[in-house]
Design a binder for this molecule. Sequence first.
Ligand SMILES: C[S@@+](CC[C@H](N)C(=O)[O-])C[C@H]1O[C@@H](n2cnc3c(N)ncnc32)[C@H](O)[C@@H]1O
Length: 266
Amino acid sequence: MGTKTGKPTLEDVLELSGIELLHPGGFDITQRIGEIVEMKGKTVLDVACGRGILPSYYAKNFGARVVGIDLNPEMIKSSVARAERESVDGLTEFRVADSLALPFEDRSFDVMVNECAVGLTADPQKCLNEMARVTKPGGYVVIHESTWLKVIAPEEKADIAKRLGTVPYALEEWKAMMECAGLTSIWIEDWSAHENALKIRADRTVRDLNDVFSFREKVFTIVPGVIGRYGIMGLAHVFGSWHKLTPVWADGTLGYFLLRGQKPSA
Ligand SMILES: C[S@@+](CC[C@H](N)C(=O)[O-])C[C@H]1O[C@@H](n2cnc3c(N)ncnc32)[C@H](O)[C@@H]1O
């Protein structure tokens, strides 16, 4: 991936850490998605699939046929390896692709899932439009995203978004974007409870946000990884962001919502 310039976001740190589940709510929210779209045996596109842990979960637990796409070739490599390890390679397929230009025909999939990766694109509306386009009539589009629960100053919002590496919106704004993409019957569920933010690790329980990474991971992966890619000032920026952002979750400024829309039947 080479040396990067600029300031690392928390999203950059998560990706660099190598942890496999990259969203709050963990498998609980992934299981919930499978249930609310009646995923059993359906065709699914997992947009921005990360390291492939979710496509494997959908295939194993719902017998879904899942295509996963991600912009980062490293993520796709991990996804393929995981599917083989978990013996679901017959039900899954992965490719490098951009969520802003999905390489599929209109009306290709029963279900479209994007876990935590609409707000981090340059154009969230375009991402939702693309997802709606490749969904079959009557099919579902599901997202879960960071959501403002309180009104705060625009410059404060912009600073938080920049540090996070994803742009949160108010719930009404997320709903409006889904409707603008042509989706109807928007259904929402609140996942803002603090314990959901702690479910980010698939491999162990996290009791406090400071415990998302173990001491070993911080010392041997995060610190050298961030310094190697962004320099010592990059590391200082990450610490600053962490101290600024943990209270924002704790005091209820920022929450987390699951939204499901349906593409009208033709
Ligand atoms: C927060 S992670 C979410 C990964 C996975 N959905 C999960 O919940 O564990 C964001 C992912 O979005 C990918 N991504 C960022 N921009 C993208 C784009 N324009 N198209 C496709 N993937 C993108 C990143 O490479 C990363 O794997």
